[in-house]
Write a protein that binds this ligand. Structure first.
Ligand SMILES: Cc1cc2nc3c(=O)[nH]c(=O)nc-3n(C[C@H](O)[C@H](O)[C@H](O)COP(=O)(O)OP(=O)(O)OC[C@H]3O[C@@H](n4cnc5c(N)ncnc54)[C@H](O)[C@@H]3O)c2cc1C
Length: 408
């Protein structure tokens, strides 16, 4: 068993880190403060190094890498972007786009893949996820948006809330959009859900924006559908199987969400390490106080455990796609949900600890720690599934149906 990255993976990691440190890191504060999102020259530079192509086959403009390693490359990509933009704006923008592009490639029709994926790989298309509704995001079995089949289209009516990316869809235009959970057969319970890619730029769709507390370079908003007609070739997987396709997509997305939390947290700990070495109080650097150094050590230990488990999750997911059935849905769910449950709170704790080591300086915008804390909280309150939902998944899949809190 070899736990190291392959030489090719490591070379990729090093090359993107070098570019991101030189080009993204100095701009991260500006991205958090400006109103116009992530600058185009940044996404162009990322695309030129293949960062948007890691989950896309080479024939559709993606990177020439083995298919079963694509999730590992996605994890490396997001980890490195998050080290450079601790506000979480650029990592989340990228993880949504490459994560849901993976699902479009896995389940989409050839027409949909050819339309969307080459543009994603070029860095000129946003892809997101569209499940949450004003009535609740955790209990997805109760969503009410409908998409009734009519001729060659699905006709959407309903509303979605707290969705990342409305402004980014407007920036890039057609075919930017969202993988959307809706009911094609409202009477059929779980068997009536379908998962459909909905390009934003379709008549009958309107949007509105929220004012977030963090990751300011990426917009969050809601969509209203009034008789919006989406072509049937935008279906992902089979009609009526949408709930399962969506859950599979969440596993892919949650791996790279955890990679974003890990990258930001790792960088925050390095910033604190460097600061504590040079801040002298009571005649010695504050790093000599075990009240600080042991807390940093505890944080490092948990980060290292997360790094290992996350690498396992990314490997398992890709391996399972290449060798279906190797791991059961429950086995994969537990490993992924563990990473998604632990990583945001660990990142939050490491940012908060670092702010406290920095004293008054830590409360200013002269360190990136406060924007990390604001950004990472999105994953604690719920984006890509709340922490208790992750606990519920693990509890159900480890201890059995008697412990299933998702149904009576
Ligand atoms: C910045 C941001 C970006 C987002 N982007 C997207 C996006 O792009 N696409 C998208 O579809 N959604 C997105 N969301 C929404 C996110 O997925 C939801 O916030 C999340 O699923 C929780 O849903 P909710 O907000 O309706 O909370 P609710 O579902 O109302 O839950 C409220 C609280 O109850 C807890 N809870 C629920 N059930 C249980 C239970 N059985 N046991 C114990 N506790 C429970 C939850 O964990 C949560 O803490 C985003 C959210 C944020 C904050």
């Amino acid at each position: 068993m070899d736990f190291r990255f392959t030489p090719e993976q490591d070379l990729y990691r090093q090359s993107i880190r070098q570019w991101l440190e030189a080009n993204l890191e100095p701009r991260a504060r500006g991205i958090d403060e400006a109103e116009d999102g992530i600058p185009t020259d940044i996404t162009e530079g990322m695309a030129s190094l293949g960062m948007f192509g890691v989950t896309i086959p080479e024939r559709l403009g993606g990177l020439d890498i083995p298919d079963e390693e694509r999730m590992v490359y996605a994890m490396i990509t997001i980890h490195e972007i998050a080290r450079a933009d601790m506000s979480m704006s650029t990592p989340v923008y990228t993880l949504l786009t490459i994560g849901w592009a993976y699902i479009i490639n896995k389940y989409g029709t050839e027409q949909l893949k050819e339309l969307v994926l080459p543009k994603v790989a070029e860095g000129r298309c946003f892809c997101g996820i569209n499940t949450t509704e004003p009535g609740g995001g955790s209990d997805l079995a109760n969503i009410t948006t409908i998409s009734l089949p009519e001729g060659d289209n699905y006709v959407f009516n309903g509303e979605k809330a707290y969705i990342s990316g409305p402004k980014e869809c407007a920036k890039w235009g057609y075919p930017s959009g969202h993988c959307t959970l809706s009911r094609t057969d409202p009477e059929a319970g779980y068997q009536g859900f379908s998962f459909i890619y909905v390009p934003r730029d379709i008549p009958g769709i309107s949007d509105h924006l929220y004012k977030d507390m963090g990751r300011m370079g990426l917009s969050t908003g809601g969509f209203i559908y009034k008789d919006a007609k989406v072509p049937k070739w935008c279906l992902l997987g089979e009609e009526g199987k949408g709930f399962y396709v969506n859950m599979d997509g969440f596993n892919a997305a949650r791996i790279i969400v955890a990679a974003a939390c890990l990258g930001g947290a790792e960088k925050a700990l390095e910033i604190s390490r460097d600061y504590c070495k040079q801040r002298v109080l009571f005649g010695k650097p504050i790093s000599k106080n075990q009240g600080i150094s042991f807390e940093m050590t505890n944080d490092w230990m948990q980060l290292d455990m997360l790094r290992l488990n996350l690498t396992r999750a990314a490997w398992m997911y890709g391996y399972n796609d290449a060798n279906p059935g190797t791991f059961s849905r429950g086995e994969l769910n537990k490993v992924v949900a563990t990473c998604k449950c632990l990583s945001p709170t660990l990142g939050h704790d490491i940012a908060r600890h670092g702010m406290i080591y920095h004293g008054g300086f830590g409360y200013t915008k002269d360190t990136p720690l406060e924007m990390m804390l604001r950004g990472i909280m999105s994953y604690e309150v719920g984006a890509e599934g709340g922490l208790n939902i992750m606990r519920g998944i693990i509890c159900r899949d480890e201890f059995g149906d008697e412990f299933n809190s998702f149904k009576d």
